[in-house]
Write a protein that binds this ligand. Structure first.
Ligand code: GLY
Length: 359
């Protein structure tokens, strides 16, 4: 049965949901600036393994299931995946102890992880600097060029018949999405507005919050060493940093994490810290061109799990994806499509049910 669905939010989650829903439904997507926001700023890691932390087993399960969907999702979109995997670097004894905790946790989850000395890590990823003392090699993590992904998603959504309304939404309720001067009637509304979702429906008011992240883009120049082949994550004396290579010589370097409301200013201190820590991990970046600085707002939830499911009859939510919006886009889109069709969603998404907000 076909429904009239309005999706509020055109980041990676909203676009994926709208595109997948359009296979069976009439879909309208509401966003004043689709394909921007946190999805445009993102690093592009599809990394449940190295984003997971003990106590976050449910998140690892959802992330693992979504990662397994990524090759098919990318093929349908015509977007390329980076498959070299992730290496993780540590500097001091405390970093090595943290890497051990992560490695033990991942091994218990049956994930493939190899512990390395600094020297072994440099053999795997020669761009890593001489003061790195410990490491991990994690196979199976993927990466994607987030901007290419957004271009492909937007094109596929248009081709599938999604109608775009470039206006902000004011509120979402059963059967209606309120815009500034009009109301869109619908069978089902989907709140997928990332960090802005909390303002759209009362059930989300204290459930989703902005978590600021600053990110830098650098580019290798003639005569400089090339960027790393792997995604490189590091703890630099307990400060986390990651470097994600792109095919064209660009390197995305991130990311700060602050609770700063809706502030998206890039701070001098944020840029300084990212460059300082990243240069210790991959010294060659000091000679690269700094091409862009940006800040985005992740949609944080209380338990770092996303919110995917029903808020009330006729209103679904797909938000709160925090550090994992790109990774979780395929499973979120599959789940919302199943819920709209009235069939069973993927089992792993159950832990993301917003009903937990009431408990
Ligand atoms: N997933 C990376 C970040 O949120 O910075």
């Amino acid at each position: 049965m076909s429904h009239n669905v309005v999706v509020v939010g055109g980041g990676v989650v909203g676009l994926s949901v709208a595109w997948r829903l359009a296979a069976e439904n009439d879909v309208t997507l509401v966003d004043p600036a689709p394909a921007r926001g946190a999805s445009w700023v993102a690093g592009g890691m599809l990394a449940p393994v190295t984003e997971a932390w003990p106590g976050e087993e449910d998140l690892l399960d959802v992330g693992g299931a979504s990662l397994a969907s990524w090759p098919g999702f990318a093929a349908d979109l015509g977007v390329e995946l980076y498959t070299e995997g992730t290496v993780v670097a540590g500097f001091d004894a405390a970093d090595a102890a943290q890497l051990d905790i992560v490695a033990d946790f991942l091994a218990r989850q049956g994930r493939s992880v190899e512990r390395l000395t600094g020297r072994e890590l440099r053999r795997v990823e020669p761009t890593v600097g001489p003061s790195v003392r410990s490491g991990l090699k994690v196979s199976g993590d993927l990466a994607v060029d987030n901007r290419e992904l957004l271009r492909c998603l937007t094109s596929r959504a248009y081709e599938a018949g999604v109608e775009f309304i470039r206006e902000p939404a004011r509120a979402v309720r059963a059967g209606a999405v309120e815009l500034a001067g009009s109301v869109l009637r619908c069978d089902i509304a989907v709140v997928a507005a990332g960090a802005w979702s909390g303002a759209l429906h009362p059930a989300l008011a204290s459930a989703v919050r902005p978590v600021k992240g600053e990110i830098l883009r650098l580019r290798a120049r003639d005569g400089t060493l090339p960027p790393p082949r792997h995604t490189v994550r590091a703890l630099v004396e307990s400060r986390p940093v990651y470097l994600v290579p792109r095919a064209d010589g660009e390197l995305v370097l991130g990311a700060t994490q602050y609770e700063a409301g809706f502030d998206t200013a890039v701070t001098a201190g944020g840029v300084r810290d990212l460059l300082m820590y990243a240069e210790r991990v991959v010294p060659a970046i000091a000679e690269y061109e700094l091409t862009e600085t940006a800040a985005g707002l992740r949609a944080g939830s209380r338990d770092n799990l996303p919110l995917v499911g029903a808020l009330e009859p006729g209103v679904l939510v797909a938000a709160g994806h925090h550090r994992n919006g790109l990774l979780l886009a395929p499973i979120t889109a599959d789940a919302i499509r199943a819920m709209v069709a009235g069939v069973e969603p993927p089992a792993e998404i159950k832990s993301a049910d917003p009903a937990r907000l009431e408990r």
